[in-house]
Design a protein around this ligand. Structure first.
Ligand SMILES: C[S@@+](CC[C@H](N)C(=O)[O-])C[C@H]1O[C@@H](n2cnc3c(N)ncnc32)[C@H](O)[C@@H]1O
Length: 459
C-alpha cells in the first residue's frame, strides 16, 4: 500500500457519508482521504469495498448499510445496481428534489463565488417515471454471444441488457423487444466497437407525447441494412403510433451516436409534438427536450424572467429547433435564434412557419460567431437568452453579450457547474444573478435543469 494513501483496493472499510458528489454518489473520508460511494446517502454509515484508488480519491462499493438514511427507498428497477441510466433511484423523490437544489447552491457559492442569489425549491414532476420521450441505446453481444441492448454500466462500455426502462416511455421497451427478435431471427451482427465491425450500432426511439407519434432510428455501421423490409413490417405491425422509421449511417470509429446521413425507410422524416400551444417537427438529428411536460414549465419560467412587453428584441443563443424562440415570439417584437446544427435550424424555420410566427429569424452558426455579427450589424437585444450544452457558453460569447448591455440575460442550463462558472464570469462583466429556478427534467438521475435571471448591475 502507498504510504500517503490510506486505503487499499479490494479491502473493506467503515465510512460515514457526509457529502454528495455531482453524479449523486455519497462522499466520505477515510483518514481524511476522499472516497466516492455510489448509492450511499448523506448521514449513512456504510461498509464499503474499495474498487478503485487514484492519487487524490478512491471509489468504494456498498457492501453493507450499517446505518440507513430515512430517505432510502427500494428502487423500482431490477437492474438499477448495474445499469448506468439512473443514479439516484434509491432516494425518495422529495429528497431528490432537495439535493438538486443543494447542488445548485453549492456550485454557485463554490465555483461561481456568488452571494445573495435566491435559489428556489426544485420544481418536481407529478410522476418521476416514464417521463422521457427519447432513448438511444447501444446494441452489442454478451459473453454468451447473445444480443444485448441497454445502457452502459457506469464508467464502462459494458452494455447492461434491459427489458424495461422505467424512465422511458413504455414504447421504447416494445421497440427493444422487437429489435432483439429481428436481430436473432435474421442473424444480423450487432456492432463490435473494438474491431469496428458488425452492423447495428444504436437504436433510437422518440415519441411525441401530445400526438403519440413514434420514430425509430436504426444506427448502422455503413450503408448495409439486411432484411430491412422485415424490420419495417415488424415495427409497423407492433409499435403503436409508429410513423417514421429511419436508418442513420455512422461508419466512424467514434463514441458519437448519430452519423450525419439519414435514409428514410418508411413513413415521414419528422414527427410532430407540441409544447404549450406550439407545434414542432422533430427530425432524427435535431435536439428536442426529452421531458416535454417539464419543458413547458421551464419555458414558462424563461418567459416570466424575460418580462417581455411586445417591444423587445431578443437573442436566443443555442436555439435548437427554435422552441424557446417561439415561446418568446408571442411577447417580443423580434427574436433572433442562433444554432450550430443546420438541420435544427431548418426545423426551426419550418416550426415558425407552421405556427404562423413571423417575428423570428434563425441563423446557422456558432453563437460566439453569429451573435457578435448581429451586434456589429446594429441589432440590439433587450433580453438575451442562452441555453448552451453541458460545457456551457464560450467565453467570447459571454464577453460579447455583456458588452452589448441587454437589460436582462436569462441563462438556461443543464449543468450547475458550468452554469456557476459562467454566472461568475458574467458577474465580473456587470451582470448580477438575481434568482435561479431549478426544474427537475431528469427524475431518478442526478441531473438538474436551471433557469437563472441576471440583470445589469451598472444601471
Ligand atoms: C441544450 S440545447 C438547447 C436547445 C434549445 N434551446 C431547446 O430548448 O430545445 C443546446 C443546443 O446548442 C447547440 N450548440 C452547441 N454548440 C453551439 C454553439 N457553439 N453555437 C450555437 N449552438 C450550439 C446544440 O446543437 C443544441 O441544439
Amino acid at each position: 500500500m502507498n504510504r500517503s494513501i490510506p486505503v487499499e483496493k479490494n479491502k473493506e472499510y467503515i465510512i460515514e457519508i457526509n457529502g454528495l458528489g455531482c453524479e449523486g454518489e455519497g462522499v466520505g473520508k477515510i483518514d481524511n482521504f476522499t472516497v466516492f460511494v455510489p448509492q450511499a446517502i448523506v448521514g449513512e454509515k456504510i461498509k464499503v469495498k474499495i474498487v478503485k484508488v487514484k492519487k487524490n480519491y478512491a471509489y468504494g462499493r456498498v457492501i453493507e448499510i450499517i446505518e440507513s438514511s430515512p430517505h432510502r427507498i427500494e428502487p423500482v428497477c431490477d437492474i438499477y445496481n448495474r445499469c448506468g441510466g439512473c443514479n439516484i433511484q434509491h432516494l425518495d423523490y422529495n429528497f431528490q428534489l432537495e439535493i438538486k437544489k443543494q447542488r445548485v447552491i453549492d456550485c454557485i457559492s463554490r465555483m461561481g463565488k456568488l452571494k445573495d442569489v435566491v435559489v428556489h425549491s426544485t420544481i418536481g414532476m407529478k410522476q418521476p417515471y416514464r417521463y422521457r420521450n427519447k432513448v438511444q441505446l447501444p446494441v452489442g453481444v454478451n459473453e454468451k454471444g447473445e444480443t444485448v441492448i441497454g445502457f452502459y454500466a457506469p464508467r464502462s462500455h459494458n452494455i447492461i441488457d434491459m427489458k424495461i426502462c422505467y424512465i422511458q416511455d413504455k414504447i421504447a421497451d416494445d421497440v427493444i423487444l422487437i429489435m432483439k427478435k429481428w436481430i436473432k431471427n435474421n442473424k444480423i451482427k450487432p456492432y463490435d466497437e473494438i474491431h469496428h465491425s458488425g452492423i447495428i450500432r444504436h437504436i433510437m426511439v422518440r415519441k411525441a407525447f401530445k400526438t403519440g407519434e413514434v420514430m425509430v432510428v436504426i444506427v448502422t455501421n455503413g450503408n448495409s441494412l439486411p432484411c430491412k423490409s422485415d424490420l419495417v413490417n415488424l415495427l409497423k405491425d407492433n409499435i403503436e403510433g409508429i410513423c417514421s422509421i429511419v436508418q442513420n449511417i455512422n461508419d466512424k470509429k467514434t463514441n458519437v451516436i448519430l452519423g450525419r446521413q439519414c435514409k428514410l425507410l418508411w413513413g415521414k422524416d419528422t414527427i410532430t409534438d407540441y409544447i404549450g400551444r406550439f407545434k414542432f417537427n422533430i427530425s432524427p438529428l435535431s435536439f428536442f427536450q426529452v421531458n416535454p411536460v417539464q419543458t413547458e414549465i421551464l419555458y414558462n419560467k424563461v418567459l416570466e424572467y424575460a418580462e417581455l412587453t411586445g417591444e423587445e428584441t431578443v437573442f436566443d443563443a443555442y436555439c435548437g429547433t427554435g422552441t424557446i424562440s417561439l415561446f418568446l415570439s408571442e411577447k417580443a417584437k423580434k427574436v433572433y435564434g442562433v444554432e450550430i446544427i443546420p438541420e435544427a435550424i431548418k426545423n426551426a424555420v419550418k416550426n415558425a412557419e407552421i405556427n404562423g410566427v413571423v417575428n423570428t429569424e434563425f441563423i446557422v452558426g456558432k453563437s460566439e460567431d453569429e451573435i457578435p455579427k448581429l451586434i456589429k450589424d446594429g441589432k440590439k437585444a433587450d433580453v438575451i437568452v442562452v441555453d448552451p450544452p453541458r460545457k456551457g457558453c464560450d467565453e467570447k460569447l459571454l464577453n460579447c453579450i455583456a458588452g452589448s448591455l441587454p437589460k436582462k440575460i436569462v441563462y438556461v442550463s443543464c449543468d450547475p457547474s458550468t452554469l456557476a462558472r459562467d454566472l461568475g464570469i458574467l458577474n465580473e462583466l456587470g451582470y448580477k444573478t438575481i434568482e435561479i429556478q431549478p426544474v427537475d427534467m431528469f427524475g431518478n438521475t442526478a441531473h438538474v435543469e436551471n433557469v437563472a435571471l441576471l440583470v445589469c448591475s451598472n444601471k
